[in-house]
Design a protein around this ligand. Structure first.
Ligand SMILES: *[C@@H]1O[C@H](CO)[C@@H](O)[C@H](O)[C@H]1NC(C)=O
Length: 329
């Protein structure tokens, strides 16, 4: 699989057209950032790329497993095609044997954000690790809150619908070569509590690969161990999804975070073009309106009315308000 390339920070030259310089000129003390959260499989990457193709933006990955190099199938990293040329940071760059923790994430994400806003672009932080997001947004040195205004978007999918989807996704991963991929990093003495081996789909296959090593295991037992490993990968992915959603509820209810919820359930109940249309209507468009309002806000119509392509897109203020009202959790 061709992977989406990690952005080369020094090589990013701002392109022409709409940039955010007008925004930062008016509010020099605070930059803006968008965060995309949600359970595994809901479409966070897709939404972040949708945003980055509609606004000048770069993406910072906040999935604690996708930061590591390798296991592209198991960790479900987006392909080069899906990236659509949008620069990504913290994606597949960390040594898979090392341990990348929340503290490492906070410091590297803040650096990436600084370089992105330096290019007059919007940092979009997207990924499933809510602990990373919480550590970043509420870091003890107040580095994030003091420098950035933030909008948080939550792609939500009803759990029973999501469970079927992620379960089918595991079957697709197996068909795409997941077992071979995990076998390549198999080491009977490996520590599953560190680095990329914590990925769901790695420890689950240990008994199966162990049996492959042992000549005494018969064919039937191996087949059963493989099926068990696949079943457990599915179960653990569903468990992860439930934990992620619980954590988001906690961020809203206990920490009082303002989070804009976008319900993508219908998208998963449709297929092909209908699903794409539902995504646009229920997720991509409301998200764009929220980001548009966030970036260009109240003064947009006063100041930008005469010039620029912003006006041409014809989004009216009332529409934004309506979208905000229905999209807010
Ligand atoms: C795996 O899951 C399927 C479907 O739930 C079940 O029928 C099967 O018995 C399970 N296999 C094993 C080995 O647990």
């Amino acid at each position: 699989m061709m992977m989406c390339k990690q952005a080369q920070a020094i090589m990013q030259i701002p392109t022409g057209g709409m940039d955010l310089s007008a925004v930062s000129r008016r509010r020099p003390h605070k930059e803006k950032a968008v965060v995309v959260i949600g359970a595994t499989g809901t479409g966070k990457s897709r939404l972040s790329i949708d945003i980055a193709t509609r606004f000048p933006a770069e993406i910072i990955n906040s999935d604690k497993i996708q930061v590591y190099e390798g296991l592209d199938i198991v960790t479900n990293k987006i392909s080069e095609d899906e990236c659509r040329g949008v620069p990504h940071h913290l994606l597949g760059i960390v040594d898979p044997e090392s341990d990348f923790n929340a503290g490492n994430f906070v410091s590297t994400a803040l650096l990436a954000m600084k370089s992105i806003v330096g290019r007059r672009k919007l940092p979009v932080i997207a990924g499933g690790s809510n602990s990373f997001i919480e550590a970043l947004v509420d870091d003890e040195n107040y580095q994030f809150r003091s420098r950035y205004d933030v909008r948080i978007l939550w792609v939500d999918v009803a759990m029973h619908v999501l469970e079927q989807f992620v379960s089918d996704r595991v079957d697709r991963m197996v068909a795409a070569g997941m077992v071979e991929e995990v076998r390549n990093i198999y080491n009977p003495n490996a520590d599953y509590s560190k680095g990329i081996r914590r990925a769901i789909g790695v420890p689950e296959f240990d008994p199966y690969f162990r049996a492959e090593y042992s000549s005494s295991t018969d064919h039937k037992t191996r087949a059963m161990l493989l099926e068990t490993a696949i079943n457990e990968t599915k179960m653990n992915t569903c468990k992860l999804g439930r934990r992620q959603i619980e954590k988001i509820h906690r961020l809203i209810q206990v920490k009082g975070w303002e989070i804009h919820r976008l319900d993508a359930t219908e998208v998963f109940q449709k297929k092909g073009r209908e699903a794409d249309e539902a995504w646009e209507e229920l997720v991509a468009r409301p998200a764009s309106l929220i980001v548009d309002d966030f970036l260009f806000g109240n003064y947009r119509y006063r100041d930008f009315a005469v010039s620029s392509e912003i006006d041409d897109r014809g989004i009216r203020e009332a529409e934004i308000r309506a979208a905000m009202a229905t999209a807010s959790y």
